[in-house]
Design a protein around this ligand. Structure first.
Ligand code: CUA
Length: 308
């Protein structure tokens, strides 16, 4: 755009952010250039020994003062409202967005598709579809950055963060880590491949993966979760059918929303939030399950039905 070096404009966020950025630079120049020129002028005119008029006339004009206060304030508020809208929008994916999980590890990115495909340092996505990324980390804080999409989001251990994008053109785009995370931080990059819907489906079918939820179901049995969390609720632990999205009554009288994060924490820190009417007997699976495995168990529990 305008001949500036650009990382490419490949998502619906690129245009709006470019405009905001240009307007910010324009406004900064609008104020900085006259001030700088006046500075030079006054330095030359009033330098020591110059024959300038140094009487100090008393002068005050309320109107001028109001103008130079009001104009910058209004401009700043306009920029604030504009930027805030763009920013909030980046964190509100449209309904029906495709979900992809992202795990940062020293020192590579792992991506999980809902159909079960796993990729390392590469992300294949279809063009023209909103895609919601849920990020976490296996070790330290990383940050996923795709310059051509204008998205950047931290991946924080023990937390789920989200961001979304919609690619507008097919091609290869650089992704990288922008949070210093140790020795090979600089090498923690990769590529996003934006494909046509048809090519994407072909790619999906070519990987031979089974769905994320069915991987989760396998783990759910393998780790013995199914022994206590029986479908019919007759087990030591509560049934997880229809759990996702529900308000869960807790032993301390409060309620928790059963979202991704709640399920994640229940697996790793089971004694933090005890469901009302149950004993705190669930063991922690910290250190036994990777974040990728927990994502697939969350997908399995989601597949057991949404709360009405
Ligand atoms: Cu991961 Cu820097």
């Amino acid at each position: 755009m305008f001949g500036f070096p650009s990382p490419g404009n490949a998502s619906t966020f690129a245009g709006p952010w470019n405009w905001l950025f240009l307007v910010l630079i324009g406004l900064s120049l609008l104020f900085a250039v006259p001030i700088f020129l006046l500075l030079l002028y006054f330095s030359a005119r009033y330098h020591r020994g110059s024959r300038a008029d140094r009487r100090m006339p008393q002068f005050s004009e309320v109107k001028i003062e109001l103008v130079w206060i009001a104009v910058p304030v209004v401009l700043a508020l306009i920029v604030f409202a504009w930027a805030a809208r763009l920013y909030v929008n980046m964190y509100q994916p449209p309904a029906g967005a495709m979900e992809i999980n992202v795990i940062g590890k020293q020192w590579f990115w792992e991506f999980q598709h809902p159909e079960g495909q796993r990729e390392l340092a590469e992300l294949h996505v279809p063009v023209g579809r909103p895609i919601r990324l849920t990020l976490t980390s296996e070790d330290v804080i990383h940050s996923l950055y795709v310059p051509a999409f204008r998205i950047k989001q931290d991946a924080v251990p023990g937390r789920y963060t989200t961001i979304w994008f919609q690619a507008t053109e097919t091609g290869e785009f650089r992704l990288t880590c922008t949070e210093y995370c140790g020795l090979d931080h600089a090498l923690m990059g990769g590529k996003v491949y934006v494909m046509s819907q048809a090519n994407y489906e072909q790619w999906l079918s070519g990987t031979g993966a089974t769905g994320l939820a069915s991987t989760g179901e396998g783990l759910f049995r393998q780790y013995g979760c199914s022994g206590c969390h029986r479908m019919d609720g007759s087990g030591t632990g509560p049934s997880l059918v229809g759990l996702y999205g529900r308000q869960v009554p807790l032993a301390d009288g409060s309620f928790a929303t059963a979202d991704d994060r709640y399920i994640h924490d229940s697996i790793l820190l089971p004694n933090l939030q005890i469901t009302a009417g149950y004993q705190p007997v669930m063991p922690s699976f910290r250190g036994q399950l990777s974040e990728g495995e927990i994502f697939s168990i969350v997908a399995y529990i989601k597949s057991l039905g949404l709360a009405p």
